[in-house]
Design a protein. Sequence first.
Lengths: 346, 317
Amino acid sequence: MAFLLPAIMLLLFGYAITWDLRDIPTVVYDQDLSARSRGLCDALRASGYFTLVASLPGTREIAPWLERGRASLALVIPPDFAENLDAGRAAPLQAIVDGSDANTATIALAYAQAIVTSYAARSAPPGQTLAPPLRVESRIWYNEELVSRNMIVPGLVAVIMMIIAAMLASLTISREWEGGTMEQLIATPVTRTEIVIGKMLPYVAIGLVDVAVASLLGVTVFRVPFRGSVPLLGILSLAFLVGSLGLGLMISAGSRTQLMAMQLSMMTTYLPAYLLSGFMFATELMPRVLRLVTHLIPARYFIVVTRGIFLKGVGADVLCLQGLAMIAYAVLGITLAIRAFRKELG
Amino acid sequence: MTAPGNDRAVVVTNLTRRFRSFLAVDDLSFDVARGEIFGFLGPNGAGKTTTIRMLAGLLRPSAGGGTVAGFDIVRQAERIKQNIGYMSQLFSLYGDLTVDENIDFFSGLYSVPRPRAAERRAWVLEMAGLEGQQRRLTGELSLGWKQRLALGCAVLHEPPILFLDEPTSGVDPISRRAFWDLIYAMADAGTTVFVTTHYMEEAEYCHRLALMNRGRLIALDSPAGLRAQRGAPLLEIIAGPSAPLVEALREAPGVIEVGMYGRAVHVTVRDAAAARAALPAWLAARGIVGGEIREITPSLEDVFVARVHDAGGAVEG
């Protein structure tokens, strides 16, 4: 354990910490549909920094893509783009970024600006420069001033819950094995489902209070906007808590000492929730393998929930995938905890 | 709740438990009658706790099996748990709950109906001498009180069979006596009591005793029967400091086993008369003169020591 933990931490941090953006999911609303506008899209794609995930028929289609987090950047090319460009007039482009992840938003905008500028230089008629040059007008949605705490606080709510749930729960059964009370408990007719549910209930209450406290502090002290529905946050938090508690209890049931339970829960829940959930480091920036792994991290979905509800004000319709993930997580957590618990010694 | 037509509270056949390569319980077979106080005696590491855990449905046997209250210890472990009270070796109530809270918690675990639970709580408090202490934290109680409370909590559902694993270890003699009075009272009321101990005077309280060593059953009889079975005669020698005396006697002719008992030394010999004649000269030759030698009836402890010796000695540590 002493050797495994640093190795895992190093690998996780080493691969997860990167601010080099690649393959930023981008949607384009091309009103011009000219050779020029297609050339610009090709330049974006060829840079490797952007992946064009869809071509949209209108501005109204932009919001769903950004709300659901399926695209981080939307580029709107005006109808007179080619004409203006050829006439040497200013040709403003509109770029809209999802500001709920402030880091990604800033970098994506900077890249877009750079690529557009170099495209303008290349496409100018020989021997003359484009004046005024091609401009990108940026709009940042959900977190207009790119305040990093606006993205950190909702994410932190998720991470805090993961810690409370998995860590505390992982201690509760192993503590009883260590103290000897578990031997007495399993000698009674109480069923393992009763034990697991009984262990879970107080922490569900504690966890929900913690969510409320963290959210209130975020909104009052840190002035993070809260644009969504409180009941929706409550229900999805409950599901997330149950799943995480189940995971913690499963670890606890398998560990005979608190130290072992603590280390296991650190490695399997806390570290991934911190590093691979998109809380600190955008999942889109990770190497492909690691990015696939992040799909297995429940906190990844829950962070979309908290950021979505806090910053984007989205409802159940947008968060249905995440909602299903939370419910599946809760069911899985309870099932695994009950299965892992043995009313047996040795 | 006990299965009908069965006057055996516990039946064990070829019970075996291995922990990796270590054979903790080796091919154990015995019966316990209803209402009996059945003592399990043996040095540390003899397999007493492992056996009691298998009977209480907490540990699966590696081979063999048995029934408790008519239920199979492998397939019906959960049914057994409804029909037994179990007290583990270490104190295992919740130290940060009050006396009342612990009682209520265990009433809940055993599904004791509510009106009955109140009666049972009053009974436990009276039995354990804890009236007026209901609101104290269990962790603050003296060990004697804790043990009596643990016993009370283990029998809230009035089980026909009670398993006690070294219930009085570390408890002062007066509390121990009080604890055994409770066990007697329960046995009189028809409860079968299965108890492990390493206190010899407690072993004397049992109706029957099973002696265990290195996972094997080496003797099974009433305390009187065990003493009577003892073949070789026993001499008690008191002659100055015990340590050199024991040293000298180990090598003496006709001596089988030597044990120290305070100021006295107990010597198992092949022939009492021959040894009484030969030993004074043997000791005098080694600088030990005077003292007295007399033949005694073996105590249970003598029997125990001799039996363990015959069976190859105790496990070290």
